[in-house]
Ligand binder design. Sequence first.
Ligand code: BEZ
Length: 223
Amino acid sequence: MEQNYSMPLIGDQAPAFQAVTTQGIINFPEDYKGKWVILFSHPADFTPVCTTEFMTFASMAEEFKALNTELIGLSVDSLYAHIAWLRKIKELEWKGMKDIEVKFPLIEDIKMDVANKFGMIQSQSTTQAVRAVFVIDPKGIVRTILYYPASMGRNFDEIKRIIIALQKADKEGVATPADWRPGQDTIVPPPGSCGTAKQRMDSQDDDNYCLDWFLCFKKEKKQ
Ligand code: BEZ
């Protein structure tokens, strides 16, 4: 059977879809207007790494809600497999997480309709999705794409850091340096002219400082 491997890239409009999920039918993007969305896939239900990922993501769901961010999971499994797996997850205890209820929708994608739209199936020899993460902004634009191999569980603190960094960039017109954490100084985007470069070097103060004309920082205000 011929597969369609197309996928949206950063800056593209995320493909629209309707899907059956563990929380009922969802329509994307209509149901998510004005919200950030993390659409992520996993290889299969009842697999060990995926189970630890769901426990972790579900236990952080309120932190994402506070960032105006909704989670949507997906695998090429049936709705009934999803329901059985989420019920089992509630019975498990790991790293202090227990009684975990996965309240975000998990898409049933037996026909791989959604997975193929997002390039989540990356080999013709398998129906398993890779560990993909699409961070989509409130205008439906793909802002970040992550792919992890099946053997490696994702870092959900990093996914949260991505949301915070993108929201910061959008709100303040700044960029974020290597290993940036919330509360740290941000970067002023590169100057577009010789005049701006000179002006930045000449007007440094407590709030804006430069290591050189092309590497200027904005001081983060202490809360
Ligand atoms: C897992 O979730 O444990 C897993 C899934 C597919 C391949 C390898 C590991």
